[in-house]
Design a protein around this ligand. Structure first.
Ligand SMILES: Nc1ncnc2c1ncn2[C@@H]1O[C@H](COP(=O)(O)OP(=O)(O)OP(=O)(O)O)[C@@H](O)[C@H]1O
Length: 262
């Protein structure tokens, strides 16, 4: 079903998304639209529910209420098989990379393709070299183990894994956290490049405003369980919204009250 005339639905549409853990409300009616082939950056304080939101989109966390539409279809109302088919089209770069320590880089990169038996092991090792090249890594890297890689290389491998199955939605959870500013810029550049190359829609969480402006077309602020602002990522810091501007400028004084309990 199409909403507004002939306009296609947004690639991702969240409506009234709610999630509580042990009575603690984390998402309290999240509404968000992400346009096809757009890159959306999600801002919000630590513990505000950004990762929970991404995990709901990916199907790792079931929301308590609300709708998650992808290409206009509510994935929460789908059969398990339909949902899996949608999930196959979503790639995710997890916070801290989340590489499997016991597997060499090539198996990490082609993990999903191998698990789905879309490729045999021999072909996977070849394919891994191709994908690693897209993130600027030499073919020799494929035989190393994650523990043998620097943080920046691990992020690149995690990025390679996220794009290996050519997803049309890619979710990035703090892709540059813990990297030096130059490596962060390199990873941001790779993200922009691979998202464009795949024609994918991207949703990224970042705490770094420079990164947010580099990788985002659009930005949204999650605050007290809801999206309180969306607008151009380029305007961050001067949006005119006091909550967003305080956050983007990292100011102590302002409407955002920090929880300093415990
Ligand atoms: N599986 C879970 N079980 C219980 N509580 C959870 C679970 N996942 C997340 N939470 C809680 O939900 C809240 C939001 O967590 P989330 O990881 O989404 O925050 P975040 O905005 O991504 O934070 P950060 O920027 O620090 O990574 C936290 O209070 C967290 O403890």
């Amino acid at each position: 079903m199409r909403g507004d005339g002939d306009a296609p639905p947004p690639k991702i549409r969240l409506r009234g998304l709610r999630k509580a853990f042990n009575g603690k409300v984390v998402l309290d009616g999240v509404d968000l639209d992400v346009g096809a082939r757009r890159s959306m950056v999600i801002l919000g304080g630590s513990g505000s529910g950004k990762s929970v939101m991404l995990k709901c989109i990916l199907g790792l966390i079931e929301p308590d209420d609300g709708a998650i539409e992808i290409d206009g279809r509510n994935v929460l109302a789908m059969s398990r098989r339909e949902r899996e088919a949608v999930n196959d089209r979503i790639g995710m770069l997890f916070q801290n990379g989340a590489l499997f320590d016991s597997l060499p880089v090539w198996e990490n990169v082609c993990f999903k393709l191998l698990a789905q038996r879309r490729i045999d092991r021999r072909a996977a090792r070849e394919k891994a070299a191709e994908i690693l090249a897209l993130v600027g890594l030499a073919p020799e890297v494929r035989d190393l183990y994650p523990a043998e890689l620097s943080g920046g290389m691990q992020k690149r491998v995690a990025l390679a894994r996220a794009i290996a199955a050519q997803p049309d939605i890619i979710l990035f959870d703090e892709p540059t956290t813990g990297l030096d500013p130059i490596m962060a810029a390199v990873i941001d550049g790779l993200i922009v490049d691979v998202v464009r190359r795949l024609g994918a829609t991207a949703v990224s969480i970042t705490h770094d405003m420079t990164s947010a402006r580099r990788i985002g077309d659009d930005a949204a602020m999650l605050y007290e369980g809801r999206i309180v602002w969306t607008g151009p990522a380029a305007s961050l810091g001067q949006t005119g919204n006091p909550i967003v501007d305080q956050f983007a400028r990292g100011e102590r004084e302002g409407p955002i009250r920090m929880e300093l309990r415990r």
